[in-house]
Design a binder for this molecule. Structure first.
Ligand SMILES: *[C@@H]1O[C@H](CO)[C@@H](O)[C@H](O)[C@H]1NC(C)=O
Ligand SMILES: *[C@@H]1O[C@H](CO)[C@@H](O)[C@H](O)[C@H]1NC(C)=O
Ligand SMILES: *[C@@H]1O[C@H](CO)[C@@H](O)[C@H](O)[C@H]1NC(C)=O
Ligand SMILES: *[C@@H]1O[C@H](CO)[C@@H](O)[C@H](O)[C@H]1NC(C)=O
Length: 391
């Protein structure tokens, strides 16, 4: 965080003129899809607890293939899947005839809306959610919407990082959705979080352990810990350009939070990556993951003693019921991933009733599955084999 602030100040001081240029860093998901010549639709889903979500779709004419959801991780958005020129997974799936749905979660730049709360004025209520609520509301209610619009009986779900977390929460809490999802493919899947090495999480873990985050919350309430204004994104993004003195900061912040693997890092993508990241998440999402580091469990949000008793009728929060996850589960995970460390992923495997196959890439870090130079060769081709029933 400190580095991020420094980066911004530095570029302010240098008064690098943050020109509005029409590149993928400044364009938003709808314009990028259109720019590369694909059909585009925007779909609004209002959740039963009032959040107004805007999802992005690359529709297909083919009626033979089921819809596929691509689900971003913490602090991300629908843009994740279309930034990797020349080959982005969103476009490759569309080329293959899939009906591609790029989801956005409550709170990110496309979903900062609610039917009664204003994200700024009513921030304690608006930002009062973790990934639990995304798994219990956003995902299942969006699945119903998509199946209704397309007339399909079921769909595929592919998620990165928190994308897997919310799928598991959904199936644990609402197991009737097993029949609506054909399979899950997880890239850098996160459920257990004990071995995380990410600087951002490690720094906050001791504070949470002594109840510090909850104490802080009494004063600060809930808020968006990664507010994304156009100006801020422009500044950070333009300070990540090639040959810029500040570029090493951009890549190092990335390595410190995501894991160190410069071999897969295409530095000319950094301005684009930071143009779409981070774009909004609640403090409670972060706090929930930090609780998991400290508890070593995959379980519901810890409200502490009395509140837990009231909500859950027990002193500590209940575990998510991975036994309920009946759909075929595939994943790709990396040895240098700061956020989905191999021991945590293997523990998840041990608790899944229907693990089909896992691909382990020893050198890979968290975001290589989205932006890595070899993503196409290493994982997209295998992803197609999985979807085609060849693996
Ligand atoms: C869908 O069909 C229309 C006409 O039938 C065609 O113009 C369009 O390119 C098709 N779109 C895709 C994504 O195949
Ligand atoms: C936050 O949500 C919980 C339900 O999960 C509710 O009990 C609580 O009153 C909410 N707080 C605010 C400030 O809206
Ligand atoms: C399904 O679509 C119909 C017609 O568009 C609509 O009336 C109905 O409310 C939809 N149901 C859901 C669950 O979205
Ligand atoms: C790196 O990113 C740039 C900009 O998106 C792209 O043109 C180039 O093909 C990428 N290089 C590799 C090796 O993927």
């Amino acid at each position: 965080m400190l580095f991020a602030v420094c980066t911004v100040l530095w570029s302010l001081l240098q008064s690098t003129s943050a020109h509005l240029s029409e590149d993928d860093a400044t364009l938003r998901t709808p314009e990028i899809i259109t720019k590369y010549g694909y059909p585009f639709e925007s779909h609004q889903v209002v959740t039963s607890d009032g959040y107004i979500l805007t999802h992005h779709r690359i529709p297909s004419n083919s009626t033979k293939k089921a819809p596929i959801i691509l689900h971003h991780g913490l602090l991300g958005s629908s843009a994740y899947w279309i930034l990797r020129q020349p080959k982005s997974l969103g476009f490759m799936l569309s080329d293959a005839g899939y009906d591609v749905w790029l989801l956005n979660n409550r709170g990110n730049e496309y979903c900062e809306r609610h039917s009664h709360y204003n994200p700024q004025r009513d921030r304690r209520s608006f930002w009062n959610f973790s990934w639990h609520e995304i798994g219990v509301h956003d995902l299942p209610e969006t699945i119903d919407y998509i199946l209704n619009v397309t007339g399909s009986k079921s769909l595929y779900h592919l998620g990165h990082s928190q994308g897997t977390t919310v799928l598991l929460v959904m199936l644990s809490e609402r197991p009737e959705y097993n029949s609506k999802v054909k399979m899950h493919i997880g890239y850098a899947p996160v459920a257990y979080h004990k071995h995380t090495t990410s600087f951002m999480f490690r720094a906050l873990a001791p504070i949470e352990a002594v109840g510090g985050l909850s104490a802080l919350k009494l004063f600060l309430g809930e808020f968006n810990f990664a507010p994304s204004t156009e100006m801020l994104r422009q500044l950070v993004s333009s300070s990540c350009k090639d040959n810029d003195k500040t570029q090493f900061l951009c890549s190092n912040i990335f390595y410190m939070t995501m894991g160190f693997n410069p071999k897969q890092m295409n530095t000319s993508m950094l301005p684009t990556i930071y143009g779409h990241f981070p774009v909004g998440s609640s403090t409670k999402q972060l706090a929930h993951y930090i609780q998991e580091m400290n508890s070593g469990r995959f379980r519901k949000f810890d409200y502490y003693l009395f509140e837990n008793l009231k909500r859950y009728s027990q002193i500590s929060p209940p575990d998510y019921k991975l036994d309920n996850v009946k759909i075929p589960f595939y994943d790709f995970h990396g040895g240098k991933d700061a956020l989905a460390q191999p021991p945590d992923v293997l523990r998840l495997h041990g608790n899944l009733p229907n693990l089909k196959k896992s691909f382990y890439i020893p050198d890979w870090a968290h975001m290589d599955f989205i932006y890595g130079i070899d993503a196409e060769k290493e994982i997209y081709s295998k992803t197609f084999d999985i979807l085609n029933g060849l693996i």
